[in-house]
Write a protein that binds this ligand. Structure first.
Ligand code: IMP
Ligand code: MG
Length: 179
């Protein structure tokens, strides 16, 4: 039923599977002895983080934050509002932020800054998708699944007006849906 709203599949289920597998291998190499906290940024991180952490065969903790960015304002870290904060201390801990997509970089700039202020030992990012052309704050995530062009995508956690997060792949919406 949702498929009829999709113009084009950008990342299919097999590609998602392969990418998550590769990311988990890369992260395992770097974090297996670090007991990190994997911090998911809600709500978009949900399908990716779920698939991703199941492939990590070492001790981690998980935490969540919900932040909303005010696009178009000034570019200070104050542009991002914490809707739900982490419920655990990060002092002296290695933090791996799990994101659905990095676009302008504002969200990550704010969250990374906050976690470092709180004394995190390290803060890195694993993101399923990256839109490097959208960057306003220069930032390159440590672990990137797939880089995509500057198009608006939905599915596998990503929404358009809170819908389509449950699509099992990443696609581009038909223009008729926006109008
Ligand atoms: P930014 O990097 O601060 O601009 O924000 C990234 C956030 O914007 C992501 O976590 C998504 O929630 C949202 N976002 C960016 N690009 C898209 C998209 O193509 N579709 C859906 N949400 C997006
Ligand atoms: Mg997000």
């Amino acid at each position: 039923m949702l498929e009829k709203d999709i113009e084009k599949v950008l990342v299919n289920q097999q590609e998602i599977y392969d990418v998550v597998e590769r990311l988990s291998v890369e992260v395992t190499k770097d974090y297996a002895d670090k007991y990190p906290i994997v911090v998911g940024l809600l709500k978009g991180c949900m399908p990716f983080m779920s698939d991703f952490i199941k492939r990590l065969d070492f001790h981690i903790e998980v935490g969540f934050m919900d932040v909303s960015s005010y696009h178009g304002g000034t570019e200070s870290t104050m542009d991002v509002k914490i809707e739900k904060d982490l419920d655990m201390p990060v002092k002296e801990r290695h933090i791996l932020i799990a994101e659905d997509i990095v676009d302008s970089g504002r969200t990550l700039q704010a969250v990374i800054g906050l976690l470092k202020t709180r004394g995190a030992k390290s803060v890195e990012v694993v993101t399923m998708l990256d839109k490097p052309e959208g960057r306003v704050i220069p930032y390159k995530p440590r672990y990137i699944g797939i880089s995509i062009p500057k198009v608006f995508v939905v599915g596998y956690g990503l929404d358009y007006q809170e819908r389509y997060r449950n699509l099992p792949y990443v696609g581009v919406l038909k223009p008729t849906i926006y109008s």
